[in-house]
Write a protein that binds this ligand. Structure first.
Ligand SMILES: Cc1ncc(COP(=O)(O)O)c(C=O)c1O
Length: 440
């Protein structure tokens, strides 16, 4: 794996002297023997989690860790309503997807009801990667083009076609010849018009594709630019991007694998903060609170173009057990008002980090939306300080609070807890971060 890969961020180094526990050392050795070196492990001193509940993880010694990182168990680890839905459905029926099913259609209709009317079809898959892969095919069939635009450190998944549009794998995994990258939107500190500069990058990339004889098929952007370093503001800046893509006959694909299902605190979907209706939307991760379910939501004309060319069958995609889990996730989001909570608690956490920022020049920027924050760590010259970011991440881990890093330089703390996170949990994180800054 290249040292410049996103997968190399916050990675355990076999030379690390931090691992004192013989159980952990034994597990690390087994993992490396089984998986080889390609499958990274978090932290200088990796954690062995054996149980979880709400926003807490517990290790093999029963020690509690505050989870400020995981968006898959988005409504809380092992939420009893999701666990119950899975157990009941597993006891009743779980098969492949070529039979009629009330459970599956009821969930699909509920999910579609959370989208703008123009997005009225969907296909289920089992992972974000599969959804992105399928969306690329749909965009190709609809436009007759092959060229795609992504941001400079985007991560979209691991199949052959998706790795070709994923610069975050680093130089060891070349982009496809049909792929162009654009800089992620700047945070706009300089007063620059973020919307226009981002759209101008897209315009140039389309012109470059054309110059190389490659017909434009579309652009895919994570609506919160997670791996690029988290760029959420100003709301609305994606409007010009979507207009540019469409003006040139392309398909706008919103990757909601990270911001979807209420994470940003501004409704269910990250794209709605920007006032756009994409042509295709891909989602996964939090959809089933850990059960493998993902989807592509499409305008009917894209689904029609796809159906003319291809059939679709996915053995596990949208099976009854996963749909039961995903339906329970929607129940919990509604009944526990988790989207409102994401907005309120996220703002509290952002305010707290901004207080730390005013007192410490090492915090360069605090950005994000809802319960998804990026805290940029810089040196005295304002340049990315990866080493200091890692010191903070590993220091928090030693205090049993879990976060990680993002951005190409790995200098942005990535804070993305399960949505039941409370202001008390924020205080635990902020106090620990403040102590580590003071001590460093
Ligand atoms: C923005 C984004 N898109 C797509 C994916 C791929 O999803 P999966 O790992 O479920 O295949 C990821 C995974 O991290 C992601 O962050």
């Amino acid at each position: 794996m290249s040292a410049d890969s996103m997968l190399a961020l916050n990675t355990y180094d076999p030379a690390s002297a931090a691992v004192a526990d013989p159980t952990i050392r034994g597990l690390i050795e087994r993992r490396q023997r089984i998986f080889g070196a390609a499958v990274p492990l978090f932290y200088e001193d990796p954690v062995h989690i054996t149980r979880a509940e709400g926003v807490w993880l517990y290790d093999h010694e029963g020690r509690a860790y505050l989870d400020a990182y995981n968006n898959v168990p988005s409504v809380g680890h092992c939420h009893p309503r999701v666990v119950d839905a899975v157990a009941r459905q597993a006891a009743q029926l779980n098969t492949h997807t070529r039979y009629l099913s009330e459970v599956v259609y009821a969930y699909a209709e509920r999910l579609l009801a959370t989208f703008p009317e123009a997005l009225s079809n969907l296909l289920f898959t089992s992972s974000g990667t599969e959804s992105v892969d399928l969306a690329l095919r749909m965009a190709r069939y609809h436009t007759g083009g092959a060229g795609f635009i992504v941001t400079r450190f985007a991560y979209h998944g691991h199949s052959t076609a998706v790795a070709e549009i994923t610069p975050a794998f680093g130089p060891g995994v070349p982009l496809g010849v049909h792929v162009r990258t654009v800089p992620a939107p700047p945070p706009g500190r300089s007063g620059e018009d973020v919307s226009q500069s981002f759209a101008a990058g897209i315009e140039q990339a389309i012109a470059d594709l054309r110059r190389h004889g490659i017909r434009f098929a579309g652009a895919i952007f994570d609506s919160i630019f997670s791996s690029d370093g988290l760029y959420a503001d100003p709301p609305g800046f994606l409007r010009a991007a979507a207009e540019t893509v469409r003006r040139h006959g392309g398909v706008y694909i919103a990757d909601e694998v990270q911001p979807g299902f209420g994470r940003t605190g501004a409704g269910m979907w990250g794209f709605s903060r920007h006032g756009i209706t994409p042509d295709l939307v891909v989602m996964g991760k939090p959809m089933g609170n850990g059960m493998p379910i993902a989807a592509v939501v499409a305008r009917p004309e894209l689904m029609a173009s796809f159906s003319e060319r291809s059939g679709y069958f996915n053995t596990f995609g949208g099976n009854t057990v996963c749909c039961a889990a995903a339906s329970a996730v929607l129940d919990v989001l509604r009944d526990e008002r988790l989207i409102e909570r994401s907005a309120q608690v996220g703002q509290y956490l952002k305010d707290g980090f901004e207080r730390l920022q005013r007192a410490d020049a090492r915090i360069g920027d605090v950005r994000g939306a809802g319960l998804y924050l990026g805290v940029e760590i810089v040196d005295q010259a304002g340049a990315p300080d990866t080493r200091e970011a890692l010191r903070l991440v590993n220091g928090l881990r030693q205090r049993r609070i879990l976060v990680s890093t993002c951005a190409a330089a790995g200098n942005v703390l990535k804070i993305r807890p399960p949505l039941p996170f409370s202001t008390e949990h924020c205080d635990l994180l902020l106090d620990a971060a403040g102590q580590l800054l003071a001590a460093g």
